[in-house]
Design a protein around this ligand. Structure first.
Ligand SMILES: *Cc1c(COP(=O)(O)O)cnc(C)c1O
Length: 385
C-alpha cells in the first residue's frame, strides 16, 4: 500500500544521510581550532526545506550543541517539537516579543546597543536574564556591530556597554563571511578583524563561551575559521557549498533530500504536437509524453522549463515545454515501460548543476520546496513519520 503522502509530489528525507554528513563534518573539524569544536546546526527556513521539527530533533540526538534559526517563530516551533538544546535566533526580534524569547529560552543575536538596552530592560521587568550572542559586522555589510579599520574604538565601547547591561548574559560572539566560497583574501580580512575584536575585548576582560564564524564553505575550506563552534547549513544537507570542495569531494557528503513526483498520464503524440503554455516545445517525432504531478507551486523552478532532466527507471528524461503551476511534461519515448503511477525522481544529487540551469543556488532549490509537498522521513531503510 502506498503511503497517502506519496500520491502526487513529495520529498524523501534520509535521516541516515543527515547523520552521515553530521559525523563527516565533525570528523573534518576534529583537531582544528582552539579546543574541541562544537556544532551549531543551521535549521532556519524549515531546515532548508527539510522540515525543522524532525531535523532539529535528529541533530539534537546526534549531539549537536546548538541550533540556529532566522526568527523567533522558528525557534518556538522547535521548542514545541521537543528540542531542548540552546537555540540561537539570528534575526532581529522586536523588543515587544522579549517575553517569548525568555519563555522559550531562545538565545538572541544582538548587533546594536539600542536593541541590547531594550532587551535588557524587558528581561529585567520580567525578573529574568536573556542569553545573547554578539554579532560583529566584519565585512558582510548586513547586521552587527561594525568592526573595520577606524571603527574599532567606538565599537569596543559599545560592546563593553552591552556586556555591562544587568539582564543580558553574553554567551558568544560571531561574524558571517561574505565570500567564503570564492574570495580567500576577503575571508582572511574578515577573519583578522574578528580575531582582533576578540583580542581587544579580552583586554577589557570580556571572555565568552563561544566564538564562531564558519558556515559550510568556511568549515570545509578554512580550518582556521572553526574556533570552538561551527555553523554548517547546506553541507549538513549533503551539498557542497563551493566548486573547490565539490571537486575535492572531501568530506564525502550525501544528499538528504530527494524530490519525487508521480506519472499521472502517458500518451503517444504525433510529430509536430505543441506542448504546454506558450507552445515552447514542438515534438520533432512521434513521442511518448508523461505528465508529472509537480509544478512551480511545489517549488520546481519554472526557469527549468525545457532544461531539466528528471529520472524515470534511472534514465534521464527531458522536461518538455513550460513547467506549469501543478504539473509538467517529460519525454519518455526511450522508456516504453513507463506507466501511470510510476515515480519520477525530480532531483536528488547534482543540485549544484541543476541550480545553475535554474539561475540560482542549491540553497534556494531546497528551501523553496513548498508546504504542499509532504516530507517523508526515512531512517534505517524504513519510513519513520
Ligand atoms: C545560513 C547561515 C549559515 C549557514 O550557511 P551555509 O552556507 O548553509 O552553511 C551560517 N551562519 C549564518 C549567520 C547564516 O545565516
Amino acid at each position: 500500500m502506498t503511503d497517502k503522502r506519496e500520491t502526487r509530489a513529495w520529498v524523501d528525507i534520509d535521516l541516515d544521510a543527515l547523520a552521515h554528513n553530521y559525523h563527516a563534518i565533525r570528523d573534518w573539524t576534529r583537531h582544528n581550532g582552539d579546543g574541541p569544536v562544537k556544532v551549531l546546526g543551521m535549521v532556519k527556513a524549515n531546515a532548508y526545506g527539510h522540515g525543522a521539527p524532525v531535523i532539529g530533533k535528529k541533530l539534537q540526538e546526534l549531539g549537536a550543541e546548538m541550533l540556529a534559526v532566522a526568527c523567533l517563530d522558528e525557534a518556538v516551533q522547535l521548542r514545541q517539537a521537543g528540542v531542548t538544546i540552546p537555540i540561537l535566533c539570528l534575526g532581529q526580534t522586536p523588543v515587544e516579543l522579549a517575553g517569548d524569547l525568555l519563555e522559550y529560552d531562545v538565545t538572541q543575536t544582538v548587533g546594536d546597543l539600542e536593541l541590547g538596552r531594550a532587551l535588557s530592560a524587558a528581561a529585567a521587568a520580567a525578573g529574568k536574564e536573556l542569553a545573547i550572542h554578539i554579532k560583529l559586522d566584519t565585512g558582510m555589510g548586513r547586521l552587527g556591530f561594525t568592526w573595520r579599520e577606524g571603527s574599532q574604538a567606538a565599537t569596543v565601547e559599545e560592546i563593553k556597554a552591552l556586556c555591562a547591561l544587568p539582564s543580558l548574559r553574553a554567551e558568544g560572539m560571531f561574524t558571517h563571511f561574505a565570500a567564503a566560497d570564492e574570495d580567500v583574501d576577503y575571508t582572511e580580512l574578515q577573519g583578522r578583524r574578528f580575531q582582533e575584536a576578540r583580542a581587544v575585548l579580552a583586554q577589557a576582560d570580556i571572555h565568552l563561551k563561544n566564538y564562531h564564524c564558519a558556515s559550510s564553505a568556511a568549515v570545509l575550506n578554512y580550518p582556521w575559521t572553526h574556533m570552538n563552534l561551527i555553523r554548517p547549513g547546506i553541507a549538513m544537507y549533503g551539498h557542497y557549498p563551493d566548486p573547490a570542495s565539490e571537486i575535492r569531494g572531501e568530506p564525502r557528503l550525501v544528499p538528504v533530500m530527494t524530490l519525487k513526483a508521480r506519472v499521472t498520464s502517458v500518451r503517444t503524440m504525433p510529430v509536430g504536437t505543441k506542448l504546454g503554455y506558450g507552445c515552447t516545445a514542438t515534438l520533432a517525432k512521434e513521442s511518448r509524453v508523461a505528465v508529472l504531478s509537480i509544478g512551480y507551486a511545489d517549488g520546481l523552478p519554472r526557469s527549468l522549463s525545457n532544461k531539466l532532466q528528471v529520472k524515470l527507471h534511472g534514465t534521464p528524461c527531458p522536461i518538455l515545454g513550460r513547467i506549469c503551476m501543478d504539473m509538467c511534461m517529460a519525454d519518455v519515448t526511450a522508456l516504453p515501460q513507463v506507466r501511470v503511477g510510476d515515480v519520477a525522481v525530480i532531483y536528488d544529487k547534482d543540485l549544484n548543476r541543476i541550480a545553475e540551469l535554474a539561475g540560482t543556488i542549491t540553497d534556494e532549490l531546497v528551501c523553496r520546496v513548498s508546504g504542499r509537498v509532504p516530507r517523508v522521513y526515512w531512517e534505517n531503510g524504513a519510513r519513520i513519520v
